[in-house]
Design a binder for this molecule. Sequence first.
Ligand SMILES: *Cc1c(COP(=O)(O)O)cnc(C)c1O
Length: 419
Amino acid sequence: MNYFDYRDNRLFCEEVSVEEIAREAGTPFYLYSHRTLKQHFQVFDAAFGEIPHMICYAVKANSNTAILRLFAREGGGVDLVSGGELYRALKAGVEPGKIVYSGVGKRDDEIDFALKTGILMFNVESDQELRTINERAATMGVRAGIALRVNPDVDPQTHPHISTGLKENKFGIDVEGALVSYRNAVALSSLDIKGVSCHIGSQVTKVSPFIDALERLKDLIRRLREEGIAIRYLDLGGGLGIAYDRETPPHPDEYARAIIDASKDLDCTFIFEPGRVIVGNAGILVTRVLYTKANDGKRFIIVDAGMNDLIRPSLYGAFHQIRPVVRRGGEEIMADVVGPICETGDFLARGRLLPDFRRGELMAVMSAGAYGFAMSSNYNSRPRVPEILVRDERWYVIRKRETCEDLTRGEEIPDFMNV
Ligand SMILES: *Cc1c(COP(=O)(O)O)cnc(C)c1O
C-alpha cells in the first residue's frame, strides 16, 4: 500500500503532481510520501500490539533526519551501525533509551559516543568487541547494556549479498560461541546483559526463516536462564521483504502473528529493526530521459540518474519497476534504462518492456525509498540529488541538491603545488 497513483494519466504522490515537483526542483530527485511512511510504521507497530515490543527502525535504509524524526514522533527507536548514524538519530530527536547499536566493526570512539549517549544496548558481534565495550565503559565509569548478536545459521532464502544469518557470513556469533561469551560477559563488571539479538538478512519474503531463527534464540534464552543469566529483550532484527516486482512477502500482520504464536510464555520485550519494509515502497526516484538510441537493434533509454544515485540494480541485480510520470499510451518497446556514468554496470533496468519514452519525458523508478539515497555517492563527480517529502498537498525539500562546491568541500591543494 502506498500513495503513488495516477490521476488522469499523471503520477501523483499524495495530492501533488510529480511533474510539478520536477518542474520546480529539477531532476533527478528522490520523492517520499509522508502518509505512506507513517502508515507503514503504524501498521508494523500495531501488528505487535499484543506483546511488549519496540520498533527500532534501521537507520541505514534511509537516514534522512526528517524521516528519522517522523518515526521518533510515532514512538519509534532506531537500530544503527555507526557513530554517524548515532549523530543523525540524536539530531532527529530519537530517545537514547530506544537506540540499539549493531555492526561487526564498532570503533572505540564510536563505542564511547554511544556510552556517553546512554543507548539501550549494543548488539555485540564478537568476544573481542565484548571485552572492548567493557573496558571503555569501565574507563568512563558507566555500565554498557549489551545483547549478543547470535548467528542462528538459518537460510533466509534471499540474495546471497544480503543474507547475514548463515554461518559462513561475517555477522554474529554462533549459538555455542554465544553461550561462552555470555558466561564471559557475566564476569565483566561494566556490562549489563539485556538480551539476545539476531538479524538473518534482508528482503526475506517468507515467514519461516524468521521462525527458525526465533526457535534457536528461544532455546538459547532457555539455556541462559537456566544458568541464572537474565534476558529481558529478544531482538529479532529486520529483514522483512517488500514487493518490488511479483514477490509476495508476508504482510506485517502475518509476520507478527507467526512470531506472537511462536513466543508464548517467553516473557521478553521484543525488538524489531525493520528498514526496507517501512521505507522501501514509500519512495521513488524521478529522472528525466536525456536521449534514446539503438545499437545494433538494442535499444537504450539514457536518463539523468545513474548508478551513483541508485546502485541497487548494479550491485544486486535488483529490480525496480519503471513507470512514466505522464502516461500517454502507445506502443511499448524492449529497452535498457541506463545512466550517464562511465561504467557498463550503470543501469537502472535491463531488457524491459517499457513505454516508448522520448527525450525530455519523466520516468519514475519505483520502490526506491530504501537503500536508495542512503547508498548514493558522488562517483563521476555528480552532486547528490535532493530528497523531497510530500505531505498531503505540500512538498518539502528535506535534503538540498548538492552543488559543485559541495563536491570539492574539504579538498586541499598542498602549498608546494602552488609555486
Ligand atoms: C540492515 C539491517 C536491518 C534492516 O534490514 P531491512 O532488510 O532493511 O529490514 C536491521 N538490522 C540490522 C542489524 C541490519 O544490519
